[in-house]
Design a protein around this ligand. Sequence first.
Ligand SMILES: Cc1ncc(COP(=O)(O)O)c(C=O)c1O
Length: 425
Amino acid sequence: MNLSHEAQERNERLEAEAPQVFNALSPLARRAYFPKGIPYQANQAAACAINATIGQITDGCGNPLPLARLGELLSGLSTQDAFLYSPIQGRPKVRQLWHEKLVREDARMESIGLPAVTAGICHAISMGAELFFSPGDTLLLPDLYWDNYEQIFGIRLEGHIERYPFYTADLSGFNVDGLRQTLGKAIGKVHVLLDFPSNPSGYSPTHDEMKAIADVLVEAAAARTVVVYCDDAYHGLVFETSVTSKSLFFELIGRHSNLIPLKCDGVTKELSFFGGRVGFLTFGTSEGVSEILVDKSKSLIRSGIGSPVGISQYLVEEELLDPRHDESFEAMRQILERRYRILKNALSSPNGQWTVHPFNAGCFCLLELRNGLSAEDIRQRLITEESVGVVNHGDRYLRLAFCSLKEEAIEPLVEALKRVCAKSV
Ligand SMILES: Cc1ncc(COP(=O)(O)O)c(C=O)c1O
């Protein structure tokens, strides 16, 4: 392995402060460090009267020179915020504001360092994995999961995926025992990814289930390194009081030195800013360790996407600072809750064509089709015969995204589904 002395310096500091975290690093993460190159030197010279460091086209006084149409379109924004580069780890203000938001959600966040800004949540997961996941490592996933995890951990990072049933056999809730048993069988360092509220199931654990999941992960860490990726993409979109709206990440902070929790979240769904591409990767370690991991993240960001999108971070800062923010989020949550209740009601009468899996949060619900029906076949027929689009999950399940449906479209969708299933043998 070609280790520069700069990387070695970071590794030695990390090994001294948290040997378990150092030992868990992937070969790539061991090599990674943020060099004293152009962004570093430009930052050091930022306050200089004459600054000839960075390849950013300006008027010579630090202001951009926007072209005409872009300047017109963005005339309501400060040109510096709209047009200039973001620091590699993200703008200080958005990192601080996001951290403050998480502290408001749970005081345990006070001991945790600032996140690295990523280009969306997928990038946060992928970067967290690049830091800790080595080829051949094993990731534990429930059997109902976002298909992109296969791309990240299987295809990109050449890992193995071990699955356990998402729900208990009686469909009463999340299968904590399944997670415990699968963890018990895994040998050596192991990675666990959990996304709550879940895509595709639309399920978020109850308060007790969340505590039990955390305890299982802590138990497993007694014998080995456990890296936990908390994908909080759908954070806050919860529709029942029995369900926790808090992240699993908070339950894992400071629980065991072998347990490395990573929080992957962002504005995509939570701030309904899908094209903004602002995500956050927070390390559930001491602040000193987090600083080294952010330094290594900067290496991966700079070598991958260059730097995160500056203008979107500025817009997110403005949204988070707006006094209407909480109210505005709540209004969006309530729109989804109304659709959720209509869908629950439309699916409430027993139906021989499918089983509705428990859902209580997020954007989706999952139907398991009766034996003899193919989800792919039903999906195709829904498009051609009923002009209805849904997504199949394997050949047994259909996922309905109620987040993108008008209230009036929900019952017709369920009726169309019944018709197509009834016609199919
Ligand atoms: C569970 C889950 N995680 C992450 C993401 C990705 O978020 P982003 O678009 O910010 O990369 C999605 C998007 O659908 C998702 O469903």
